[in-house]
Design a protein around this ligand. Structure first.
Ligand code: DAT
Ligand code: MG
Length: 152
């Protein structure tokens, strides 16, 4: 069993469209545990650092202005293989290609308004969590259903 932590964010369009509860509810019902959560309004500096791998790409400027256009809800989510499981729940980056049943496949149409972010690897998860959260904002606790969720 590989218990992992990943970084998840409801982007400004998700907040504006009232999808915070939908996203959090899906993660919780899957058995993933929210170990940190906050609303914040990302500034340009944090946006550029978060999306540093995309610096210089044609969509970089629109991406930065989208992600800084309103408040977001940022989370650290924990569970077995959480990084891969969350990515599969988000669906493909381009919502037109995302399967129904995924968050993007159910709630979005455009790559530039794709509602949610999730880390794509253990390295990105570690980097992104530390960009958004101090250690003291992340909580270590047992959820009451873990006994029934985990096989061992
Ligand atoms: P993901 O968010 O699925 O991890 P990514 O890391 O490749 O995707 O890109 C980050 C965000 O940048 C993505 O959610 C939307 C935007 N983006 C990516 N590729 C794009 C493209 N070709 N055109 C416009 N926006 C794009
Ligand atoms: Mg990415």
């Amino acid at each position: 069993m590989a218990r992992e932590r990943t970084f998840v964010m409801v982007k400004p369009d998700g907040v504006q469209r009232g999808l915070v509860g939908e996203v959090v509810g899906r993660l919780e019902r899957r058995g993933l545990k929210i170990v940190a959560m906050k609303m914040l309004w990302i500034d340009r500096d944090l946006a550029e650092r978060h999306y540093q791998e995309h610096t210089g790409k044609p969509f970089f400027e629109p991406l930065i202005s989208y992600i800084t256009s309103g408040p977001v809800v940022a989370m650290v989510v924990e569970g077995d293989s959480a990084i891969k499981v969350v990515r599969s729940m988000l669906g493909k980056t381009d919502p037109k290609e995302a399967s129904p049943g995924t968050i993007r496949g159910d709630f979005a149409l455009f790559t530039g308004r794709n509602v949610v972010h999730g880390s794509d690897s253990p390295e990105s998860a570690k980097r992104e969590i530390s960009l958004f959260f101090d250690e003291g904002e992340i909580f270590d606790y047992r959820r009451i259903d873990e006994e029934w969720l985990y096989e061992d």
